[in-house]
Design a protein. Structure first.
Length: 132
């Protein structure tokens, strides 16, 4: 897959990064139908005594820099508060040690096979520790 997508990094940097903020965040607000569905899922899980792990996936720092800080901060605060309110676990991998590692990314907002494997191993380790 990674071999088939050679050059994707460069093309996505040119075609996607310049438009992220105006296209996706011009009128961004936390809430609405997606938030309601998320809360409903957390409610069902709690009623059914199911443990939920919410994973904040990493994006490269080039992509993260295009997201208005106030938008990301409000989303992150709402998500962490909501997850905690329903007894779920929030796993945050959108942090500098992931964001700054170009070797893990196919393009600025998608992990490559190495990054996906590393993330899967990290998440599985967290789940294993929480359940044992």
């Amino acid at each position: 897959y990674d071999t088939q997508n050679r050059g994707r990094w460069e093309s996505r940097v040119k075609s996607i990064l310049p438009d992220i903020a105006p296209q996706r965040f011009a009128r961004y607000e936390v809430g609405g139908l997606p938030a309601a569905h998320f809360v409903a899922m957390l409610q069902r899980a709690r009623v059914n005594q199911q443990q939920v792990f919410v994973v904040n996936l990493p994006v490269h720092s080039l992509y993260q820099a295009q997201i208005p800080r106030e938008n990301y901060a409000s989303w992150l605060a709402w998500t962490q508060k909501t997850v905690a309110a329903y007894g779920a676990t929030f796993l945050d991998y959108n942090v500098p040690q992931w964001q700054g590692n170009r070797e893990l990314f196919l393009d600025p907002d998608h992990l490559n096979s190495q990054g996906s494997l590393r993330l899967s191993e990290a998440v599985c380790g967290e789940v294993r520790r929480a359940l044992h």
